[in-house]
Design a protein around this ligand. Structure first.
Ligand code: ZN
Ligand code: ZN
Length: 319
C-alpha cells in the first residue's frame, strides 16, 4: 500500500508509469533509491521495462485512479498495447477486466529475453531530455523509448541511448541514477554520450513504424489469432498428434528455409548474439513450434515470422 504521505507528480506525456517513482524520489533529495523506496512500496526490485505490469504498477495506478481512466493509463504509460497481440487471448481477457492486481511478469519470457537487446535497461533520447527539461523542468522515462524493437526516438531521428560507450554503465533499475542524464554525461564515468542521428535502412524503418503503430493503436489480435493465421498460411491443416513423415519433412524444410532467410546483420540490432542464436536453431526461430505448439516468444521473433509468411500487415490492419 502506498502511504498517504506519498504525493506522486502528474504523469507527463507518454511517461512510463515507473518513471513517476523515479521523479518522486528525485524530489526527496535523497540518493539511496532502494533504501528510501522500500519503506513506501511492496517491491521496487526489477524496475526494468520488460515487466509489462506487476504489483508495483498496480500500487502506482491506484494513485491515479481518480484523475485518469484506466484505459488512458494503460495506453499512454505502459507497454501493454505493444505486447497485447503477442499475448494469449485468455491473458488479454483478464486485462479487459481491469484487474489491477494482475502480475504480468510472465516467466515464459525469462529465458528468451536474456537473448534480446533493449529489454533489460532503460533507454532515453538526448533531444527529448533537452525539450523535457525546458518544458517540464526535468527529464523522465518515455514509454515509447522502452519498446524493444524501436531504436530511434519516436519524436526525433535520434538513436536512443542505453549504455555508456566508455564504461558500459546502464540503467538496470534505479540504483546509481534514476532519471535520464540532463547534462548528457555518464553518471558513472562522466564521459559525454555520443549523439547519433544517422539514417537507417528501409527494413529498420519499417520495424520502427510497425512498433510505433502497435503501441499507439493496439492491435485487436491475440497470439492465438496470429498462430491461426500462420497455420492457415503454412497450409498443412491443424496437425493432430500423429503427423505423417511427409508433412514432418515439409515442415522441417520450411523451418530451415526460414532460418536461412533471416538477415543476421539486421538481427544484430536487436539480439545479443545473433549468429550463435541462428546457428543453434534457437526456439526463437522455430517457426513451426510457434505456429503449432503453445510457445511464447518475444514480439521481435513473431514479427519476423509474420513478415516471412507475408502476414506482417495483419498486425496493423485488424482493428
Ligand atoms: Zn526524442
Ligand atoms: Zn560511463
Amino acid at each position: 500500500m502506498i502511504p498517504r504521505t506519498v504525493s506522486f507528480p502528474h504523469l507527463l506525456p507518454n511517461e512510463h508509469l515507473l518513471s513517476v517513482v523515479a521523479r518522486w524520489f528525485n524530489q526527496t533529495g535523497h540518493n539511496n533509491f532502494y533504501e528510501i523506496t522500500k519503506s513506501y512500496f511492496k517491491s521496487t526490485e526489477n524496475l526494468i521495462p520488460y515487466v509489462v505490469w506487476n504489483t508495483l504498477y498496480a500500487e502506482i495506478a491506484k494513485h491515479y485512479q481518480h484523475s485518469m481512466c484506466f484505459e488512458q493509463l494503460i495506453n499512454d504509460h505502459t507497454l501493454l498495447n505493444y505486447y497485447r497481440p503477442f499475448m494469449s487471448s485468455s491473458k488479454r481477457e483478464i486485462f479487459k477486466a481491469c484487474d489491477l492486481a494482475l502480475d504480468m511478469d510472465d516467466k515464459k519470457y525469462v529465458t528468451s529475453r536474456k537473448l534480446l537487446l533493449h529489454v533489460t535497461c532503460w533507454r532515453w533520447c538526448p533531444d527529448c531530455v533537452n525539450e523535457d527539461t525546458a518544458e517540464f523542468g526535468g527529464s523522465y522515462w518515455h514509454t515509447y523509448h522502452q519498446i524493444p524493437t524501436m531504436l530511434k526516438c519516436y519524436r526525433h531521428d535520434t538513436t536512443l541511448l542505453s549504455s555508456c560507450g566508455h564504461c558500459g554503465f546502464m540503467y538496470k533499475g534505479f540504483y546509481r541514477a534514476w532519471l535520464p542524464p540532463e547534462n548528457n554525461q555518464c553518471t558513472k564515468c562522466a564521459k559525454k554520450y555520443e549523439i547519433e542521428r544517422s539514417s537507417i535502412c528501409s527494413k529498420r524503418n519499417w520495424f520502427e513504424s510497425m512498433s510505433y503503430y502497435l503501441q499507439e493503436q493496439s492491435s485487436a489480435l491475440s497470439l492465438d489469432d496470429l498462430r491461426r493465421l500462420m497455420r492457415a498460411k503454412i497450409d498443412k491443416g491443424d496437425l493432430s498428434n500423429y503427423t505423417s513423415p511427409r508433412i514432418r519433412n515439409e515442415l522441417s524444410r520450411l523451418n530451415t528455409h526460414y532460418a536461412n532467410s533471416i538477415d543476421t546483420n539486421f538481427m544484430s540490432n536487436y539480439l545479443k548474439k545473433p549468429s550463435k542464436l541462428l546457428s543453434n536453431k534457437s526456439q526463437l526461430f522455430n517457426l513451426t513450434q510457434v505456429a503449432y505448439r503453445d510457445m511464447v516468444i518475444p514480439p521481435l521473433a513473431i514479427i519476423i515470422m509474420l513478415e516471412y509468411l507475408g502476414l506482417a500487415d495483419t498486425l496493423t490492419r485488424a482493428n
